[in-house]
Write a protein that binds this ligand. Structure first.
Ligand SMILES: NC(=O)c1ccc[n+]([C@@H]2O[C@H](COP(=O)([O-])OP(=O)(O)OC[C@H]3O[C@@H](n4cnc5c(N)ncnc54)[C@H](O)[C@@H]3O)[C@@H](O)[C@H]2O)c1
Length: 247
């Protein structure tokens, strides 16, 4: 895969999958705008990469998307690839335990940002461009305890397919559906740095490939979907799940 001179925006690029996506694109020649609500984390990743810039983007903010579009167009003249990756789970488990605010926030942080990205970035994306969002395998095969989160990721998959039709043939729109990975997500979902050995074993027992996903597994799949090698693929949800969704 070659992304020489491609202009890439990555959201949630300060950590986990987003940092690996930013590093992956940059390693193949792209100019990457690393964005995150945590601007210092975004800056730290950008500092590692040739030609990268950082921007403090809160994906829940419409104004911030509009401002980011202006900044990227001013710097690079347009946008070729957008990785809508930022997203958050909720804590609290079963839906009966959750507040209305927690439920609504899943839509605000996981679904609405794709609308904003479409509205503010697509006008600057030339034919041949690509959008790749980070959904979740829970959006296709939900399990108990993260129901509103999983439903929001199901919406990401449906938005991807609908948008793929609306933007074809100029812009391809795809998403990845990762299985559990040891990123900042564990802290966001459970308030723990690392799964206990027992819990990790339970997770891995459900994954035929015998391990959790790595940020690089996800980044490689995002890059493939954004690459010219995938030029006929649009509306695809690629499971990056080591086979978890088969059984
Ligand atoms: N790790 C997993 O098990 C897993 C599995 C499937 C899908 N996902 C999805 O992958 C994506 C990336 O998560 P991760 O696993 O890398 O977690 P992570 O916590 O390591 O990274 C998430 C990043 O998003 C940033 N962020 C949080 N709220 C934001 C906001 N409002 N605006 C902009 N940035 C914000 C955080 O600062 C952080 O840098 C998310 O969409 C998540 O739902 C994660």
């Amino acid at each position: 895969m070659n992304f020489d001179d491609k202009r890439v925006i990555v959201t949630g690029g300060g950590s986990g999958f987003g940092a690996a996506i930013a590093r992956g694109f940059a390693s193949k020649g792209a100019r990457v705008m690393v964005t995150d609500i945590d601007v210092e984390a975004a800056q730290a990743v950008a500092n590692e990469l040739d030609g990268a810039l950082a921007f403090g983007l809160d994906v829940t903010s419409e104004d911030a998307h509009s401002e980011l579009a202006e900044v990227v167009v001013e710097a690079w003249g347009g946008i070729d690839i957008v990785a809508c990756n930022a997203g958050m789970p909720h804590r609290g488990g079963y839906m009966t335990n959750l507040t209305t605010e927690q439920f609504d926030f899943m839509w605000t942080v996981n679904v609405r940002p794709i609308f904003f990205a479409t509205k503010y970035f697509v006008p600057h994306m030339p034919p041949g461009s690509a959008i790749v969002s980070t959904a979740s395998i829970g959006g296709r095969r939900p399990r108990k305890g993260l129901t509103p989160y999983n439903a929001s990721k199901g919406a990401v998959i449906t938005l991807t397919k609908g948008l793929a039709v609306e933007l074809a043939p100029d812009i391809r729109v795809n998403c990845v559906a990762p299985v559990s990975a040891a990123t900042g997500f564990d802290m966001s979902a459970m308030g723990i740095e690392k799964l206990s050995e027992n819990r990790e074993k339970m997770v891995i027992d459900g994954i035929p490939m015998g391990r959790r996903a790595t940020p690089e597994d996800v980044a490689n799949s995002v890059m493939f979907l954004a690459s010219s090698e995938a030029e006929f693929l649009t509306g695809v949800c690629l499971d990056v799940d080591g086979g978890r969704s088969i059984g």
